[in-house]
Design a protein around this ligand. Structure first.
Ligand SMILES: Cc1nc2c(=O)[nH]c(=O)nc-2n(C[C@H](O)[C@H](O)[C@H](O)CO)c1C
Length: 154
């Protein structure tokens, strides 16, 4: 049975880990290993350890960059770390970041954090079990959270 790793943060203002686990368990039978770290810059090593030490086949890295300039720099650094961890382990780490200023108010932010997490959880399931479904969605302008952009028409 495959194992999905879930790495999330205490900095985030919504329990993204719980949303991811709920969505995965509604759809498939897998083993889940969860770890929670303080912030997004701690996610790369957490994800790498889930892969190398806990045998995870894929990992979701869940976090919320804050609205300040230093938070955005922090998010860029965390993203680079996550890409490095993927290359070092040859394993997908699906980054699910929701920036605190993406929602117009707290209600919309919570909605977005829940929905983006769940939609990426479904992507993780497709990557693991049904990669051909992603091929069918190629070029269709999928977005996680808000409305899909949709395909371009000629
Ligand atoms: C400036 C800053 N911004 C964020 C953020 O926007 N989101 C987040 O999850 N964490 C932030 N952190 C904390 C770092 O990611 C990390 O937890 C600490 O530097 C400890 O390694 C920091 C330090």
């Amino acid at each position: 049975m495959p194992t999905i790793g879930i790495a999330d943060t205490t900095f985030a203002r919504y329990d993204m880990g719980r949303a991811a686990i709920d969505e995965i368990q509604k759809n498939v039978s897998v083993k889940i290993k969860r770890v929670t770290v303080p912030g997004i810059k701690d996610l790369p090593v957490a994800a790498k350890k889930l892969i190398e030490e806990e045998g995870c086949d894929i990992v979701m890295a869940l976090g919320m960059p804050g609205a300040k300039e230093q938070d955005k720099i922090c998010a860029h650094e965390a993203s680079q770390g996550l890409i490095m961890a993927q290359l070092m382990t040859n394993t997908h780490i699906i980054e699910v970041f929701v920036h605190e200023d993406e929602g117009k108010d707290e209600k919309e932010l919570a909605f977005l954090m829940d929905r983006r997490t769940r939609e990426h959880a479904l992507n993780v399931i497709k990557l693991l079990f049904k990669p051909e479904k992603l091929i069918r969605e190629a070029g269709t302008g999928q977005r996680q959270g808000f409305e899909d952009a949709g395909p371009l028409r000629m």
